[in-house]
Design a protein. Structure first.
Length: 344
């Protein structure tokens, strides 16, 4: 079992741990719901050092243009972009964030569950680019919530008011990126593993609230963000998943692009939707979704939402059903529960 550099701190804080793709990670410290609420109202701090991190050194964009759906040519130094790696069938190998540190260095953030797969894919398609797995050397924490800017400014004694979303700055060996996975304003901080503990403890001393993976999952679900293994897989394409805004096809020929062009031309058979139930019941992965009494799809993720104070979820339904405002039923423990498809 792997541990992040913050493991002993998590233990001291009384964390309840969970095995997450061979990482022992904090599930919660006090309460999953309370930690989610704290992130929405204050500043939650998350250990995200389990995420895979790859440093790519290249003066050419050939590799990046060949494997990513988003256009790396639009990525200027000091900016980040959400982008997807597809297989030849258009299925999602992983959804990632690509950061351009300078003219010739990029930092790729991938999901922990796909660490080895992404590493092998990069090596398979590289043509001389230097690719380094820096997951062990470079750790990361996320500080998220309406008070996150003030907290990070005090932590580093800098002004971040002009740092836009999906932009980043370099402070010696630390990267501060205005990105996150909660739907709140926030920052992801990347620092050498030897120094991440001091930043974590500093953020705690400034009023940050430690939060685990349980709260992170609720927050991303409330925001309608996909989770690999639930909404995304190698059998699901980004068009069906509603991520077409991150697929830039014009004049490009990346892996899987021709398949995606055909899906856009012919229309996706299913579409990913977000829904809210009218009762405080929790939909679960695999639950049937019905429309007008007929099976229309299945739930991919579900949970209780403290923000909406009811059950929420995401799922794939027939594309004809995937319309904002449509009333659906989710079959939970053999009982139909009414809900509505919404853009949140």
């Amino acid at each position: 079992m792997k541990h992040t550099p913050l493991y002993e701190s998590h233990r001291a804080l009384g964390s309840k741990f969970v095995d997450f793709f061979n990482w022992q990670m904090p599930l919660y410290y006090t309460s999953i719901v309370e930690e989610a609420r704290s992130t929405r109202s204050k500043a939650g701090i998350f250990d995200v050092s389990h995420m895979a991190r790859f440093l790519i050194k290249t003066t050419s964009l050939e590799l990046l243009d060949r494997i990513f759906t988003n256009d790396p040519k639009r990525l200027e130094s000091g900016k980040s972009q959400y982008t997807i790696i597809c297989n030849e069938r258009g299925g999602v190998i992983d959804d990632t964030v690509l950061m351009r540190l300078d003219d010739s260095q990029f930092l790729l953030i991938a999901n922990a569950c796909n660490h080895s797969k992404v590493w092998e894919w990069l090596r398979l398609h590289s043509k001389g680019e230097v690719i380094i797995d820096v997951t062990e050397e470079l750790a990361s924490i996320a500080i998220q919530g309406p008070e996150s800017e003030d907290l990070v400014e005090r932590l580093f004694n800098i002004d971040l008011s002009n740092l836009k979303r999906f932009h980043l700055i370099l402070l010696d060996d630390v990267i501060i990126s205005r990105t996150g996975y909660t739907g709140e304003d926030g920052f992801e901080i990347f620092a050498p593993s030897r120094s991440i503990l001091s930043l974590w403890e500093g953020a705690l001393s400034l009023g940050g609230i430690p939060c685990g993976l349980g709260a992170r999952d609720i927050l991303r679900l409330e925001a309608g963000y996909c989770l690999y293994g639930d909404e995304l897989s190698e059998d699901v394409d980004p068009i069906t998943a509603g991520l077409e805004r991150f697929v830039k096809l014009n004049g490009r020929n990346f892996i899987g692009s021709e398949v995606l062009r055909n899906i856009i031309r012919d229309g996706a058979k299913e579409r990913l939707v977000w829904f809210k139930l009218k009762e405080k019941v929790i939909p679960r992965k695999g639950d049937e979704i019905r429309y007008q009494g007929v099976k229309a799809g299945r739930v991919t993720s579900g949970n209780y939402s403290p923000l909406f104070d009811t059950g929420i979820g995401m799922g794939y339904v027939d594309s004809k059903v995937a319309r904002d405002g449509n009333t659906i039923e989710v079959i939970i423990r053999n009982s139909p529960r009414p809900g509505i498809i919404s853009k949140r």
